[in-house]
Design a protein around this ligand. Structure first.
Ligand code: SF4
Length: 341
């Protein structure tokens, strides 16, 4: 296992398969226009599978397909079927906005996808229209139902909580998740690249979420960290046993245990969500580098990793957006929808 300067293992890889998305969520893609990655720079399935094999050889055991919206990439089950049997990959998962999930859930499950996380920020269609510029709330709900029927090991729901937008829906979302036999995870609004409308006032902290929920449910107990201490969500249990998670990346970051890195659809590898620059793996891959040469490039970079992006942001006085719009247009790899959230 390869460890970085802070002894964090290279264990988890998020693979963005496209920078395109069919929603325009206010916390991720609020602009009218975007600069997209050039088509010929996008890795083929064979190239992605080869890189994942090299990462797995270095100790990566958790792989998550992301985007943009991963289901916009044509024939994602085919890529899933290439990744699932790679030795060492014990957890193959996907994060999706759910719009296209109902049609593909069975094929993805059959191809070897084990877990699915669906973004669900609100239970109210009119709020989704305002938050994500989409009328397709019913398709997201159908996607969640289809995921459960397809027999994934676990279905999680991700909710980005924003003051004045959906902070009054926490209990409703927990109730919805319970009925769906899923677990909801509330995510603090993050000042990542692309969140050009972020402000500290709109962040609902983990502490405040717990206060809101205890007023409704009574005492809430923390659930001890399970088999994966690097998991980003802290989990909690209501008095009736229902569990939920909170990802407190903005007010209580967990960089000290972070084993995650991110591969963009054009083969740029980022050691941190907040990293200024990534490493180009596409160029050596297409220039004929051997697996051993790629492995050496990757492990040398990881051994030198000191990134603690969210902790450094927390220490800033007068925290504001990470990048202004012009800086994002100058390099689309700074966008969260390109890095895979
Ligand atoms: S900010 Fe960077 S180091 Fe911290 S948890 Fe996120 S990806 Fe990991």
């Amino acid at each position: 296992m390869v460890r970085d300067v802070l002894a964090r293992p290279l264990a988890s890889l998020r693979v963005s398969v496209t920078d395109r998305c069919n929603l325009r969520c206010r916390y991720c893609m609020p602009e009218q226009e975007y600069v997209w990655l050039p088509k010929d720079s996008i890795l083929t399935f064979e190239e992605i599978a080869r890189l994942v094999r090299v990462f797995a050889g270095l100790g990566v055991e958790k792989v998550r397909l992301t985007g943009g919206e991963p289901l916009l990439r044509h024939d994602l089950p085919a890529l899933t079927a290439m990744l699932a049997p790679i030795p060492g990959v014990r957890d193959l998962a996907m994060t999706t906005n759910g719009l296209l999930l109902a049609k593909q859930a069975d094929a993805l499950r059959r191809a070897g996808l084990r877990r699915v996380t669906v973004s669900l920020d609100t239970l109210r269609p009119e709020r989704m229209r305002a938050l994500a510029r989409s009328d397709r709330h019913a398709d997201v709900l159908a996607g969640i139902v289809a995921a459960r029927r397809a027999g994934f090991e676990r279905v999680k729901l991700n909710t980005v909580v924003i003051r004045g937008v959906n902070a009054d829906e926490l209990a409703e979302l927990i109730e919805f998740a319970r009925v769906q036999d899923a677990e909801v995870r509330f995510i603090e609004y993050m000042d990542v690249g692309g969140a050009t409308e972020w402000s500290a006032e709109q962040v609902v902290s983990q502490r405040e979420m717990l206060e809101i929920l205890s007023r409704r449910y009574g005492a809430i107990a923390p659930v001890p960290a399970g088999a994966d201490p690097a998991a980003p969500a802290e989990r909690f249990r209501l008095p009736d046993g229902t569990t939920f998670g909170i990802i407190a990346s903005t007010t209580a970051p967990f960089c000290r245990s972070c084993d995650r890195s991110r591969l963009t659809a054009d083969g740029t590898w980022f050691l941190c969500l907040y990293a200024e620059r990534g490493m180009d793996l596409r160029a050596p891959l297409r220039a004929g580098a051997s697996d051993a040469e790629l492995a050496e490039l990757i492990s040398a970079a990881w051994r030198g990793r000191t990134d603690r992006g969210a902790e450094e942001r927390l220490a800033l006085a007068g925290r504001t957006v990470l990048y202004p719009r012009e800086a994002l247009r100058a390099d689309p790899r700074r966008e969260m929808h390109t890095r895979g959230g």
